[in-house]
Write a protein that binds this ligand. Sequence first.
Ligand SMILES: Cc1cc2nc3c(=O)[nH]c(=O)nc-3n(C[C@H](O)[C@H](O)[C@H](O)COP(=O)(O)OP(=O)(O)OC[C@H]3O[C@@H](n4cnc5c(N)ncnc54)[C@H](O)[C@@H]3O)c2cc1C
Length: 463
Amino acid sequence: MTKIADVVTGLAKALVTEAPIDLLTYQRDCSVIRPGHAQAMVRPTRRDEVVTLMQRAEAARVPVYVRGGGTMYAGGVNPQAGGVVLDLSGLDRILEIDLARGVVVVEPGVRFGALTKALRPHGMTIGIIPVTGPTATIGGAASAHALGTGSARHQSFADEVVGLEVVLAGGRVIRTGSAAAPDAGFFQRYCIGPDLTGLFLGGDATFGVITAVALWLHPVPAFRETVCYGFPSPVAASAFITDLQTRELTRNIWYGSGYEAPSIKARVLAAYPATDPASLPRFCVGLDYGGDEHSVRHDQETIDSLCREHAGTLAPVFNEVYFRRLRNEDLYWYGFAGYFARSRCAILMTSLPTTRLSAFLGVIDQQRQAQAAFTWGGAVVICKRGLHGGIMAFYDEATQWAAAASAADTAADALIAAGCVPYKSGKIWARQVQSFSAYHEILNQLKTCLDPQGILSSGNLGL
Ligand SMILES: Cc1cc2nc3c(=O)[nH]c(=O)nc-3n(C[C@H](O)[C@H](O)[C@H](O)COP(=O)(O)OP(=O)(O)OC[C@H]3O[C@@H](n4cnc5c(N)ncnc54)[C@H](O)[C@@H]3O)c2cc1C
């Protein structure tokens, strides 16, 4: 038997395929990163099958790449070392909705759309929902540091995780947080020594396979409204956002984001071609308020006056032509959001202090001039503190794939030089993460300890 057959044969209830045509779907995610070549795909429906697969893979030293919805733009699921793709979309049960503890426990293949639908009759939702909610999985979001709806209140997906169940490379199962105690279950993340949960969050499957995720529950906001604020410069906008954050006025902001001048111009002129471009703001902040109406109205008044203090004005036209429609549903529509304006969009996600907003926008302008073969764009998501920024390079996949990958790498270096940090690392930031030598050395040591044969997700995080 070949090594791969040793690993996948007889995983009775799991779907297993080795047919090249079926494996085409499993060679890549949505990123600009080079695809891999899986030799088999296994889609288990039970944790025991994951355990067996990991035991066999370690014994046979066969690489394993873990996949959820495959919607990431960092190449983490691309099986560049070959081997097996472990598709977790078949582990899709909601295990427990515990309203008394305020916790929901799910298998990793549960999709955001399915989870929010199941929670709605309870008047509940979860803290962070990415744009890709209909197709992205909870396990993928935990492993890739999701952000989006909820970031202004809660920061990142990892901040909303109570604990995890993880299968390690040799098949050993661990539960983190309070659930490490035999009969306690998930209700507290920080209790026994240091935070082991955090080791697997944002880990891109380099340290283990997440087989259950416990998340905090939150009430669905009773009232929603969107407002856009226009500013004469990014500097004024960043001072405004900083005030929002330091005065903790983000508690009733369900989603907040910021848009640079070219996006504002494109959206407004497409709807109203006679508009004088000089009359448009240089930067727009869109806020999707959510909470009880009285408290939202109260914060909104304070924020309106804060906007005026920073030389801003209301920007109802941008709200009408773009932001309100974008936020009309909890889950976005990619086309309307502007992704895939050409055949593909290389997305590079970064974290930055709010005070670096201008430097971040400067990197986008720099790329526009230096790498004019691509159409560049960018936006920021407002967090409880700091910002998550996305740079996008639209390209034609048939003719520009390799060049776009190289352009993204150049942009990544420019972001680091501007004081930004890799976010959603996968393989797209691998070289830059490797350059943080002390940090990377510790990651390497942890990898050796938890996955001594190096079978899990080779190449992710530069490991
Ligand atoms: C157009 C577009 C818009 C996007 N917008 C957003 C956004 O607003 N916010 C956001 O956060 N992201 C966004 N993303 C990125 C992506 O959709 C999300 O991060 C999503 O949460 C990834 O989930 P997934 O199930 O598709 O993960 P996958 O792509 O399948 O996997 C992502 C990573 O997690 C690992 N992984 C998957 N499952 C597990 C598991 N059970 N155990 C261990 N490791 C695992 C994979 O190996 C990989 O490294 C966007 C992507 C696109 C293409």
